[in-house]
Design a protein around this ligand. Structure first.
Ligand SMILES: Nc1nc2c(ncn2[C@@H]2O[C@H](COP(=O)(O)OP(=O)(O)OP(=O)(O)O)[C@@H](O)[C@H]2O)c(=O)[nH]1
Length: 355
C-alpha cells in the first residue's frame, strides 16, 4: 500500500496570521508539492485571492481549493470529504496537503474526519498547527471574564460555557501539536517569552511552542511532524459543545458539530464604489471597528485614480493596507467582509463605512 499523504491542519482565531504563514510556507516550499484547502468565514474569498495572487508558480490556482462558505468543522461530510476525495483522485498526488480552517472553526471535528472510510487509508494528519495572535492574546482578548461568567452562572445553572472567544481559543490550543506565537514584532522579547511559557503550560504535554513574525517559519518546522493526530483525538478534548450533548458514545458527529459558533459570530459584506483617499478610509475603518467592536474586517478597495486594488486587512484595532494587484477585468468596487460577535449593527456599520 502506498504511504499515506501527510496533511497539516492550520488553525487559529480570526486574523491570527494563518494565511500569512501559509503564504510564506508556499513561497519557501523547497520543491515540495503542497495542495491547499482553505475555508473562510464570510463569503468573500479574500484568503484564496491573496494566496493565488502571490504571483508565484507554487501558488498555482490548481493546487488551491476553496471550500464554500461555512465552517469547515460543520460541513465535513458535505464539503470537506468530497474535496479530499477529489484531491486524492488526481493523477499527480501532492506531497503534502495543508488545510487552513476558518478562524472560527474547531479543529477537532476536522481531525476526526480523517478517520472516515476512504480517507483514513490514504491520508494522515501530520500535525495541527495553531497560530495565535501574540499581541491580542497578550492583551487578554481571549481571557475568560470570570466575573461575568459567575454572574451568568448565578442566573442559569445549566450554563457551563465561557465566552465564545475563550472557548474557541481553548479548543484550538487543546488540539494543537504546535503553537505558533505569531506577531512577535508587536511584542517585547520578554512578553513573547512569557506568553510562550504560559501557552506551553496550558497545552498538552510535548506540544512545541514557536515564535514567529509574519508567520515566517521554515517549512521543515511546520511540516513533517508525523503525529497522526486522528489517532489520539481523546487527548485533544473539546470544551466547546459540552453544554448540549450527554451521549458520550457520540456516533453521530453531526449533531454536535452544528452546535458551535455560528450563532455566536456573524459576518456580512459591505460594498461601495471608489473611495478618494486611501489613508483617510483606513482611519475611517479603524474608527468603525472601535465603535462597533468588530473582530475582523478584510477585503479590497477601489481607490480613485489607482489602477491597483487596495487590500485592506484589519484585526481588532490594527488596519493594514497595501496595493496588491490591478483590478483587471474585475469590477472596480470596494468589497469588505465584516466579522464580529452576533448582534453587529449592520445598518450603522454600513452607514459609517459609506460616509
Ligand atoms: N504585525 C504583524 N502583522 C501580521 C503578522 N502576521 C500576520 N499579520 C497581519 O495580520 C492580518 C491578518 O493576517 P492573516 O494571515 O490574513 O490572518 P488569518 O489568520 O489568515 O485571518 P482569517 O483567515 O481572517 O482568520 C494581515 O494584515 C497580516 O498582514 C505578524 O507577525 N505581525
Amino acid at each position: 500500500m502506498p504511504a499515506k499523504i501527510p496533511a497539516t491542519v492550520v488553525t487559529g482565531f480570526l486574523g491570527a496570521g494563518k494565511t500569512t504563514l501559509i503564504r510564506h510556507m508556499l513561497q519557501n516550499a523547497e520543491g515540495k508539492r503542497i495542495a491547499l484547502i482553505i475555508n473562510e468565514f464570510g463569503d468573500l474569498g479574500v484568503d484564496g485571492d491573496i494566496l493565488k495572487g502571490c504571483g508565484d508558480e507554487v501558488c498555482s490556482e490548481d493546487d488551491i481549493v476553496e471550500l464554500s462558505n461555512g465552517c469547515i468543522c460543520c460541513t465535513v461530510a458535505d464539503d470537506f470529504i468530497p474535496t479530499m476525495e477529489a484531491l486524492l483522485a488526481r493523477d499527480v498526488k501532492p506531497d503534502h496537503i495543508v488545510i487552513e480552517t476558518s478562524g472560527l472553526a474547531l479543529p477537532q471535528p476536522l481531525v476526526r474526519a480523517f478517520n472516515w472510510p476512504g480517507i483514513s487509508t490514504k491520508v494522515t494528519v501530520d500535525g495541527v498547527v495553531t497560530v495565535v495572535d501574540g499581541r491580542a492574546v497578550h492583551d487578554g482578548q481571549f481571557a475568560h471574564n470570570v466575573a461575568a461568567i459567575d454572574a451568568q452562572r448565578a442566573m442559569d445553572e445549566n450554563l457551563d460555557h465561557e465566552t465564545p472567544l475563550s472557548e474557541l481559543f481553548e479548543d484550538q490550543i487543546a488540539c494543537a501539536d504546535m503553537i505558533v506565537v505569531n506577531k512577535t514584532d508587536l511584542l517585547g522579547a520578554e512578553e513573547a517569552d512569557a506568553l510562550s511559557s504560559k501557552l506551553k503550560a496550558e497545552a498538552r504535554s510535548g506540544v512545541q511552542v514557536v515564535k514567529a513574525a509574519m508567520g515566517a517559519l521554515p517549512v521543515d518546522v511546520l511540516l513533517g511532524q508525523g503525529i497522526g493526530a486522528e489517532n489520539d483525538l481523546e487527548a485533544r478534548h473539546e470544551i466547546h459543545h459540552h453544554h448540549h450533548h450527554d451521549d458520550e458514545d457520540d456516533d453521530d458527529h453531526h449533531d454536535h458539530e452544528h452546535e458551535h459558533g455560528h450563532d455566536e459570530f456573524e459576518s456580512f459584506i459591505f460594498t461601495r464604489g471608489e473611495i478618494t483617499d486611501a489613508k483617510a478610509f483606513a482611519q475611517q475603518v479603524a474608527d468603525v471597528i472601535r465603535t462597533h467592536d468588530i473582530l475582523r474586517l478584510k477585503g479590497f478597495v477601489a481607490v480613485e485614480g489607482k489602477p491597483m486594488r487596495l487590500t485592506i486587512q484589519a484585526v481588532g484595532p490594527r488596519v493594514d493596507t497595501y496595493f496588491d494587484q490591478p483590478f483587471g477585468a474585475a469590477t472596480r468596487e470596494t468589497r469588505l467582509v465584516v466579522i464580529g460577535e452576533a448582534g453587529l449593527d449592520h445598518d450603522a456599520i454600513s452607514a459609517a463605512l459609506a460616509s
